[in-house]
Design a protein around this ligand. Structure first.
Ligand code: SAM
Length: 514
């Protein structure tokens, strides 16, 4: 397995970069030198950056990568936890336990002195700046504003050689990120300008240009990654300027996961030498139109990957109708429905039965009304009532959605979450099992969400004493997650241990029966 970027590599390049910066070379020369240093460091890991006419910079493999192999890993240039009024996390490790607020700035939380010390060089400056704000202003310091403040403070610390500059950790890489400024609408530009003003005020740096800060906000929007835990729950946001060179594909050959704050990109397919490395920026289990709209809205480009170029072709229409469309009126038929030419209803492409538009509209409106009630019950803590409502919603959804529709999943996930909270394990397992065939179909190959769903299923089966089924589910989870998550993390070690324990339990049961 190829090693991630290591300190030996980064340290060796840092001295030459700093020396060159000190020589006060023209900016363009420095940028080229930084690019050269980056290419050298990437080459050592079987990678190179090339430019493609339709995508801009792209990461290419200069050797073969195999499923599960680490392609690249990187610490963030800056990152912040997604703290809100209702939830806080440690600035160092994003943990939620044993938190103490920084007594000086009253904004940032730490779980202990280790994380506080680790972050101190940067937080010392941030703390001084935040402490000067009045209470009202402090409330407007959102995680995104903080990330921008930290970006400028980290640049300052690197310029002053307080923090080392390396080939993969320097502000030049941030400067090279795409911003799509010319594609942003006026409303968004005004918002970025307002946010930039606040950053300037916090930093007390009249010399920094508002336009530059606004452009950096746009860079965050196109390049920053949501930092998730091993179970893909979002914890924070980070900017990883080398990982950000990787372009999107709706059929990606790599996956990005996080080990703490470290971004790790692993191959999920064989990536032959000279091919482009790609990850998915969006949920791949969606129709082409949905994926393309999301990519256009969030990342400002039109995807032309091998899945997207099929838009409008029969296969793509069929797939979209299954993923987001309706089911046949005949429950025994698995056909998909397309809109009738006179727009009065939907015709099953397998048996020809027609579903009336009004009937579907009525069910959709019932679902909406029930969803509103369920949301209220959940937020008021009436989980028993919420369960009844979500079950009714799921029943109605099954009447309209195709059995393999991804639209069925959010309600089932919600039901699963509440049933687990209520420790209704048997029912939770039944719901979890319902999701598996849909996930298996929409996430072929190695996809973390499929692995995680097998894992949930296995845990419930084991808890309910269904040991043989638990072994099967844990094994399936490991088959997928060892590729997407590797095997070295605590999360994976726990999963591997659970399989071992389940196997011992099964052989004990067998010997007992014998
Ligand atoms: C995170 S950056 C990826 C690196 C980028 N190509 C660069 O030059 O820095 C995201 C941007 O890359 C471009 N991009 C990524 N994937 C693409 C794709 N499949 N097709 C076209 N453009 C893409 C878009 O401009 C997008 O906003």
């Amino acid at each position: 397995m190829s090693p991630p970027f290591n300190s030996r590599l980064t340290n060796s390049s840092s001295s030459s970069l700093v020396e060159r910066q000190k020589q006060k070379l023209p900016e363009l020369t420095i940028t080229c030198l930084f690019m050269e240093e980056l290419q050298t460091s990437l080459r050592a890991h079987g990678l190179t950056v090339s430019s493609l006419p339709d995508k801009g910079r792209s990461l290419f493999a200069t050797k073969d990568f195999y499923p599960g192999e680490i392609i690249i890993s990187q610490e963030p240039f800056v990152c912040v936890p997604n703290n809100s009024l209702t939830e806080s996390r440690c600035d160092g490790c994003f943990s939620k336990s044993n938190l103490k607020k920084c007594s000086a700035c009253q904004v940032v939380w730490y779980c202990g002195s280790t994380c506080q010390k680790l972050e101190w060089k940067l937080h010392r400056l941030e703390c001084q700046a935040l402490a000067k704000l009045n209470k009202e202003r402090r409330k407007s310091v959102t995680p995104t504003i903080r990330m921008m403040v930290k970006l400028y403070l980290r640049r300052k610390l690197q310029n002053e050689n307080v923090i080392p500059v390396t080939a993969i950790d320097n502000y030049n890489l941030v400067e090279a990120l795409v911003s799509h400024m010319s594609d942003i609408d006026e409303k968004q530009l005004v918002l970025y300008a307002q946010m930039a003003n606040l950053v300037k005020l916090i930093l007390e740096r009249p010399d920094i240009d508002i336009k530059e800060i606004a452009e950096n906000f746009s860079k965050f929007a196109c390049n920053a990654h949501s930092i998730c835990d091993s179970e893909l729950r979002p914890l924070g946001t980070g900017l990883y300027p080398v990982v950000s060179i990787i372009n999107h594909s709706c059929l990606p050959n790599a996956v990005l996961v996080f080990e703490g704050r470290l971004a790790v990109v692993r191959a999920v397919q064989h990536i032959p030498k000279n091919s482009e490395v790609s990850i998915s920026y969006v949920e791949t289990a969606a129709s082409t139109i949905t994926r393309q709209n999301t990519l256009k809205e969030q990342y400002l480009f039109t995807c032309s990957c091998t899945r997207c170029i099929k838009v409008g072709q029969y296969d793509d229409i069929q797939e979209s109708a299954i993923l987001e469309g309706y089911r046949c009126r005949d429950n025994r038929c698995s056909g998909f429905l397309l809109r009738e030419s006179d727009d009065k209803g939907f015709v099953c492409q397998q048996c020809g039965l027609i579903r009336n538009k009004e009937e579907i509209r009525k069910i959709a409106s019932d679902i909406k009304a029930l969803s509103d009630k369920a949301l209220k019950s959940t937020s008021s803590g009436n989980l028993q009532e919420a369960i009844i409502l979500y079950k009714s919603i799921e029943k109605l959804q099954k009447e309209v959605c195709h059995p393999f529709s991804i639209s069925l999943m959010p309600i089932r996930e919600k039901l699963l979450e509440i049933l687990m909270q209520l420790e209704e394990w048997k029912e939770a397992l039944a719901v979890c099992r319902l999701t598996i065939p849909v996930y298996e179909r929409v996430y072929p190959g190695f996809h973390p969400l499929l692995g995680l769903q097998y894992y949930s299923c296995g845990k419930l089966e084991w808890l309910l004493g269904e040991t043989d089924d638990a072994i099967k589910s844990f094994t399936k989870a490991i088959d997928v997650l060892r590729i997407t998550h590797g095997t070295n993390t605590l999360f994976m070690k726990e999963l591997l241990m659970k399989l071992e324990e389940a196997r011992s339990e099964a052989s004990f049961k067998l010997s007992f029966r014998e």
